[in-house]
Design a protein around this ligand. Structure first.
Ligand code: 1JT
Length: 256
């Protein structure tokens, strides 16, 4: 263990189970001495989170459905009264209806569009607004995206559109929060087997292609993402904001 995030209060949203990218980030941040605050979505996730963190000593967890104004209000007022100051925020939340990730893109329903944008994009804007009020010593806000935002990944569909909006939101938020020394960045992760990816047919084919074509000849791991998150959350990245960093074993640089 080292101390890159010592005495930093970091809110981690989006741990669902041990495969979650948010969990990979949490472990790496903890190993650098961070004080972690978690949110969970439902009772099943709460149990899973408590199990995962059972050997972490003191951890703090709050229920939060990002679509609920009430949950968000009580989460941030709890953090304010318990910690006073927030230094980091990890937003690792996205959602789309499974039919919208299977059907053709042009068949995306208005409902499905709204839901995906609401949970995957607006939630980021909303938490950034709330977190910055507590980031009185400066801070770092981090979200997760995927290359389907800028290139067509057949089937990624509405999530690609949502991630494009999320990446633009990172740039606008970083512009506005810069004068408070709050930096805002995103990690664009290579494909990784999480619960979200489970519903994607032929996901293992995608993993095979990356392993074959990526410069590093492998897929990325939660450890790869965790290490980059430590860099982004901490002072090592003090001059970096508004950026989308690809952690994908180099896959995105390749042409045919
Ligand atoms: C969501 C899902 C967001 C899956 C996601 C995601 N970001 C990356 N993935 C994995 C993925 C999914 C597809 C894909 C490539 C990678 C599912 C639930 C909603 C949020 O297609 C090529 C479809």
């Amino acid at each position: 263990m080292s101390d890159l995030l010592k005495n930093k209060n970091i809110l981690i949203m989006g741990v669902r189970n041990k495969w979650s990218i948010a969990w990979g980030i949490a472990q790496a941040a903890k190993a650098q001495g961070a004080n972690l605050i978690f949110t969970y979505l439902g009772d099943r996730e709460k149990e899973s989170l408590l199990k995962l963190t059972s050997d972490m000593g003191e951890i703090d967890a709050y229920p939060c459905d990002v679509g609920s104004e009430e949950d968000m209000d009580s989460l941030f007022s709890a953090i304010k009264s318990k910690y006073g100051v927030l230094h980091g925020l990890v937003h690792a939340i996205a959602f789309a209806k499974s039919e919208d990730l299977q059907d053709t893109f042009v068949n995306t329903s208005k409902d499905g569009f709204r839901l995906a944008m609401d949970i995957s994009v607006y939630s980021f804007i909303d938490v950034a607004k709330r977190a910055q009020e507590l980031m009185t010593e400066g801070g770092s806000i981090l979200t997760l995206t995927y290359r389907g935002s800028v290139k067509v990944s057949p089937g990624y569909n509405i999530m690609g559109v949502a991630k494009a909006a999320l990446e633009a939101s990172v740039r606008y938020a970083s512009y506005e929060l810069g004068n408070k020394n709050i930096r805002v960045n995103a990690i664009s992760a290579g494909p990784i087997k999480t619960m979200s990816a489970k519903g994607v047919k032929n996901f293992s084919d995608i993993l095979d292609v990356v392993e074959k074509k990526a410069p590093l000849k492998r897929n990325v791991t939660l450890e790869d993402l965790g290490k980059t998150a430590v860099y982004l959350l901490g002072d090592l990245s003090s001059g970096l904001t508004g950026e989308i960093i690809y952690i994908d074993a180099g896959y995105n640089i390749m042409g045919v």
